[in-house]
Each structure stands twice: as C-alpha cells, then as structure tokens.
Design a protein around this ligand. Structure first.
Ligand SMILES: [Zn+2]
Length: 415
C-alpha cells in the first residue's frame, strides 16, 4: 500500500516523483514527502496502532515507505519517563523526559531516521549506504547497515574522538577519515553522492530519512494517553528534528487521531553554535552561519539546513528559542543524572539547560505539562565531564580505611 504521493519543493511547490533526489531543480529548495492523508485516515486509528509491536513502525503509514519495513525493526518506542524528581527540583507541575538515550541499537534518536532511510534505500534498489557524520549518525548507519546487509561508507573528520571512531568501526563499515573539518567532509560527500550510485542518508535520500524524526512526536502523544503536552523542548542542530516533531502533531490532527494541537514548540541550542536561536531573538528570518565553538558537538552545525523551517515551526506554535553556555550544559547533564538517573549526551544537557532558562524567563509556565526530548546517551560524550564529576573515594581493602572514608562522606552530607 502506498501512502506517499510524491515529493514537493518546500519553496516553489513544484512536484516530483518518489526518487532519490533532495533539491528542487528550479529553485534549489528542499524536497519533502507528500502523503495521501484521506487514505491514511481510513487505514490508521488509535486501535490499529495500539495492536502493533512497540517500535517506530507502528506509525508506518505516516512514514515514506511503500512496502514493509526492512531496517530498524526493533527501533523506536523509547520510554516517556515521568520526571517527578526533576519536576520537584525545578518547582514545576508536570514534566516528562522522552528518553532516546536508550534507543535501539545505537543509543540516539538517529536510529529512527536511519531505520526509515535504509528501508527506503532497499526500496530504491541501492546496495551501498553512506553518510557524513561526527558521531551519532555514523554509529546508526554502521549498525543498521550491518544488520540490513548493505555495503557501508562512513565519512568522518580525521580528528574525531577515539571513542566515537570505535563505536562506528566495531560494525566494520568502510570508515573513511577525511583530513578536514565536518564542512569539508560534507562537501566531499556531496561530490561523491553525485558520482556514485550510493544512498547517502543525509544527502540524496534526506527527504525520506528526515521523516523518521516524526516518530518522536507520534510516540509522545500516544504515551501521554493520546494527548498533546503544553510544551515540547527540542534540541536544534540542522533544525530538522524540531520541524518534524511539529509536523507529527499536525499530522495526527489531520488524520483525526487527536482533535487539537495546542502545543508550543521550543528550540534549544548551545550559545557556541546558536544561529537559529539568534535569528529568533532578533526577530528575523535570516539565519547567519556561524563557526561552532561548543562542547555540544552533535549540535554544532554552523549553517543549519532546516534552520529557517525550524524558526517557522517555533513561531507558528507560539513557542520560543533560547541558547545556553557550556557550563550550563554540563550542569544540566549532572542535574538530569542525579534527579532522574538518566545520563544524557551534551545535546541533552542543552535541552534541559534551555528549559531551565525558559522557565526563569517566564516563557514556559511552571504549570505546563512539558516534554524534554533527550536525544542521545551520555557515554558517547563522556570526556566533557572529565574533572567535573563528584569525588571518587580511594581506600585500602580493609574496614578501617573504609570507615575513614565513610566519616568524610558523612561530613560532606552534613554540609
Ligand atoms: Zn522549488
């Protein structure tokens, strides 16, 4: 059953068939999947969804594939954690964490987009998948590609941290380290994508890949008992995730799964790479590219492809954008760990720190039901906490030595 009618230019509206293409030939605008919503409405209901396995594919009619899923069959449907300790700490009424730190199999939300991209790559008949990445995407394409039997080419900047290289190479893709920064890698990949018939998930099949992010929005609504929260805070790199979470809510309304959407969408960035937040605060549509300088490397896109559309989504929903310093990001990672037992990567620190800032500014109400999108696991970026964690008590293997340490622990607790 086909539910996608074609691709459409977001700028000039020109229509294209379902092919591995991503820009409009006339105006260079980005292409987006167009669905047959009346047909989806007849096929999909709360009851139909509830009967399906707990993966992102329970919403498959709203994803841009024609046949059955062929990758990421266990991905998605991560926990929506009621964050009672964190809510109490912040003095807010109702707070949830959408916890993609435990996404299957590579511990970030990129498992969602890659599941959709690789299924589409199979449908298009590609035998090789590829990507340019500095971390999470490399891990997801390496792992899902292994499971789905693709040849894989993963392009990374040569200076990438050892732990991130390991979390890709263990799946044995062809890992290519480019002598240059991420922008150089990306430019090279566009050239390679033009020459070889490979599926570059974030280049020539981007319109399909990006749709996988909607599943975070669908899951939030379902996990709240088919209800929408008052506010959702989303981290922004390219801005794509934010636009897709907003699109998900509108699509659920369009096909009658929910009656209304009153949710405000808030975008979170690191101050060291905040082109979208800066444009929002200046009240302009013009996104000025920046040179990233932040610990939140997974969000460090200086020239965000979907920045303009993220701005539109935030404004349309009545939300706002904010950005936070590296110190605030690290403090937020620690707050989330000690209150909720969830260890997030730096992007998660950005999301929580931005939420705290928006609360202080009165832009999010303390009485709101709020969902924070925590998109990746802290073990991926553990080095940012070097020298910034609590004390480890070193002792000799005897009771007296332990009791000495215990005295110090108790003294510290009394303070
Ligand atoms: Zn166009």
């Amino acid at each position: 059953m086909k539910y996608v009618k074609g691709l459409k230019c977001r700028e000039c509206g020109r229509e294209y068939p379902v092919e591995p293409i991503y820009v409009c030939e006339f105006c260079f605008g980005p292409l987006e999947a167009v669905y047959d919503y009346p047909k989806i409405k007849r096929a999909l209901s709360r009851k139909v969804i509830e009967k399906r396995p707990k993966t992102l594919w329970r919403y498959k009619e709203l994803l841009p594939i024609d046949g059955e899923p062929q990758a990421g069959l266990n991905s998605g449907f991560t926990p929506l954690v009621k964050a009672e300790n964190l809510a109490k700490f912040l003095g807010v009424k109702e707070l949830y964490i959408k916890d993609d730190t435990v996404a299957h199999p590579t511990l970030s939300f990129k498992d969602r987009v890659v599941a959709v991209a690789l299924t589409k790559a199979k449908e298009f008949g590609f035998d090789t998948v590829a990507c340019a990445s500095t971390g999470n995407l490399a891990h997801a394409v390496s792992a899902h590609g292994a499971k789905s039997g693709f040849h894989r080419f993963i392009f990374i900047p040569a200076t990438l941290e050892q732990s991130k290289i390991l979390a890709s190479i263990v799946y044995e893709p062809n890992l290519v380290a480019v002598d240059g920064n991420y922008d150089d890698v990306n430019r090279l990949c566009s050239e390679i994508a033009n020459k070889y018939r490979w599926a570059f998930v974030n280049i020539n099949i981007r319109p399909f890949y990006a749709e996988g992010s909607k599943t975070i929005g669908f899951e939030i609504v379902e996990q709240l008992g088919w209800d929408t929260p008052d506010s959702i805070v989303v981290p922004c790199a390219s801005g794509s995730l934010l636009t897709k979470v907003w699109k998900a809510l509108k699509e659920f309304k369009e096909i009658g799964i929910i009656k209304d959407v009153d949710t405000k969408i808030y975008g979170a960035q690191a101050t060291g790479c905040s082109p979208i937040s800066t444009a929002f605060k200046q009240g302009t549509d013009v996104i000025r590219p920046v040179k990233p300088n932040t610990v939140a490397k997974s969000l460090a896109i200086g020239n965000p492809a979907d920045g303009y559309y993220a701005l539109q989504a935030v404004r349309e929903s009545g939300g706002a954008m904010e950005d936070v310093s590296d110190d605030e990001i690290i403090e937020a990672i620690k707050i989330l760990s000690r209150t909720e037992g969830i260890f997030a990567e730096t992007a998660g620190g950005v999301t929580l720190a931005t939420y705290i800032k928006l609360l202080k500014e009165g832009k999010i109400d303390k009485k709101d039901c709020t969902v924070l999108c925590i998109t990746g696991n802290g073990l991926k970026t553990a080095e940012v906490l070097n020298g910034k964690t609590a004390e480890v008590y070193q002792i000799k293997p005897n009771l007296a030595s332990f009791e000495e340490a215990l005295k110090r622990i108790k003294q510290k607790e009394e303070k």
